[in-house]
Design a protein. Structure first.
Lengths: 207, 326
């Protein structure tokens, strides 16, 4: 009885920890695309990075994202420092009452932004606690374009189209590959054999 | 003398202008190809079993706003001798005409012959589409998932189409997300993340296809509809089912019999149940599918796509390939 309770407790603990486990993804900063500045043609810009800092902006909608609040997402540096996010209020999108997509920006030191080895990473899950804030619609300032970046997550190949392949396909070299189709003949062969035996047996019995 | 000088200057300017325009055009092609050159490799699950030799096809559909002058395919492998042959009816090969200007799906046949002495085992081969006029320029990098992958659908169990999208019912259904808009930015069209995101959960049983649309925003929408496109093969004409989120009304070119839809306009969800027979996939274990959303607000219509774009919405070669589980 006691052992059963202990096992139940252990399993609960295991699954509880698994449910809380944070997901992570590497972050890269890319030059800001033209579309980031389209809104500034219609309304006055309201967002620009301070001198010496770079602003990284984008939509985050990884299929694995499913959190209960905006404080469950964090950007971390390699040394474990957490960078606060400014989340665009109207961009937060829910499925089954959990956040699955949102747009935000964060500020990083200019040196860090240009460092390919900076080790920026996104972390999200119910055991992440972050001090993020909500902001109204972000209208980026085109005047600060050189200090604005788009963030991209995951392990996408960023080397560009010049040296990438369209797909890697796995080929299984198998000397028996040409004979596999014969297995399809087996049931027919068995049925044919059984019918033949039955016919011979009937003929012999009638003789 | 002055006339000759003037003519020379004008000719030089024209030549220079043409060169710049050509270079610009070329860059536009490569930028667009990343998003809108559709590639499908007809290998199930990204694996090919080969004895001595085998072949497969790589389909291409140019859904960009301009033609590609010279496109070639090369296959990189140390273990296999590879032969790439363009389709016999690809009349202007290596020219790949855009769909919008009358182009169609073309293909390469890739033949692999095992080199002598290569033992049984698993080997990777790489495919590369490049510019025949400059071999260093590749057209596209595509994840195998979208080029040759299959979206596995778990068999639907106990899904109630009642307007109450329950997480327990739908969470294990296949997720289609990351919708994008196809819009002109500067000199060419690009795919950009949709301003209002859409997620579609898909599952099926022996008789029905089930879809759950969760649609962001649209509170001030004059109209907001989701479209489902289904075709049994990549060559077939798709069946289109359009569902209005606000009214719950359904339109289908094959009739509406058996279709059930419940919408929850406040939460932005739509549950649909569509007979597979109506979609022409009654017995099919795999089919081609796509989803779009058309949102009209403040007098502006925005279409977002899961796959493809305006030029290819009726061409299943750009759709996802779904495999129905047991």
């Amino acid at each position: 009885m006691r052992t059963g309770r202990f096992l139940c407790g252990l399993l609960s603990l295991f699954f509880g920890v698994a449910a809380l486990a944070a997901e992570t993804a590497d972050l890269r900063l890319l030059p800001a695309p033209d579309r980031f500045f389209e809104a500034a043609a219609e309304s006055a810009p309201n967002t620009a990075p301070p001198e010496g800092e770079v602003l990284a902006f984008g939509l985050f909608n990884d299929p694995r994202l499913s959190v209960t609040g905006i404080d469950r997402i964090a950007v971390m540096t390699r040394d474990g420092t957490q960078i606060p996010l400014a989340v665009e209020k109207d961009s937060v999108f829910y499925e089954f009452d959990r956040i699955v997509s949102l747009r935000f920006y964060f500020l990083v030191d200019a040196d860090l932004a240009d460092d390919a080895e900076a080790g920026l990473a996104l972390s999200w899950g119910e055991d992440v606690a972050a001090s993020n804030s909500e902001v109204e619609k972000v209208i980026l300032d085109p005047e600060a374009r050189s200090r604005i970046r788009a963030f991209q997550w995951g392990n996408a190949d960023l080397a560009g189209p010049a040296d990438t392949q369209i797909a890697d396909i796995q080929v299984i070299a198998d000397s028996s590959a040409g004979y596999y189709f014969l297995w399809y003949l087996l049931p027919m062969a068995i049925i044919f054999a059984l019918l033949t035996i039955r016919k011979l047996a009937v003929r012999r019995a009638s003789e | 003398m002055r006339r000759i000088l003037t003519v020379s200057v004008v000719l030089s300017a024209m030549f220079l202008g043409a060169s710049v325009a050509q270079a610009h055009l070329c860059n536009d092609v490569f930028a667009q190809a990343q998003d809108n050159l559709a590639v499908k490799v007809d290998i199930r699950d990204g694996q090919l079993r080969i004895g001595k030799s085998a072949s497969f096809r790589v389909y291409l559909l140019n859904t960009m706003d301009r033609d590609i002058v010279d496109i070639r395919l090369e296959v990189l492998s140390d273990q296999f001798k590879t032969t790439v042959t363009p389709a016999p009816d690809w009349q202007r090969y290596p020219y790949l005409k855009a769909k919008r200007s009358g182009g169609r799906k073309e293909y390469f046949t890739v033949r692999l012959d095992r080199n002598p002495g290569v033992p049984d085992g698993k080997y990777d081969i790489s495919l590369r589409l490049y510019n025949g006029q400059n071999r260093r320029q590749s057209f596209k990098s595509v994840a195998l998932d979208s080029a040759a992958g299959v979206c596995g659908l778990r068999k639907a169990t106990a899904i109630a189409v009642d307007g109450n999208a329950d997480a327990n019912e739908w969470r294990s259904a296949f997720l289609c997300s990351d919708f994008y808009e196809y819009r002109k930015t500067g000199p060419y069209y690009e795919n950009r993340p949709a301003g209002q995101q859409t997620r579609v959960r898909v599952t099926a049983d022996a008789d029905y296809l089930y879809c759950l649309f969760t649609m962001q925003g649209g509170q001030e929408a004059q109209s907001d509809s989701a479209a489902i496109y289904v075709a049994p093969t990549s060559d077939a004409e798709p069946v289109k089912v359009v569902v209005d989120r606000l009214s719950g009304e359904v339109e289908c070119d094959k009739g509406r019999e058996g279709i059930e839809v419940k919408s929850d306009a406040n939460r932005g969800t739509l549950e649909c149940k569509i007979p597979r027979k109506l979609l022409g996939i009654e017995k099919a274990s795999t089919f081609y599918g796509n989803f779009t959303r058309t949102l009209t607000a403040n007098g502006r219509e925005v279409i977002s796509f899961w796959r493809g774009n305006t030029y290819s919405e009726l061409d299943p070669i750009v759709y996802g390939v779904f495999a129905v589980g047991e």
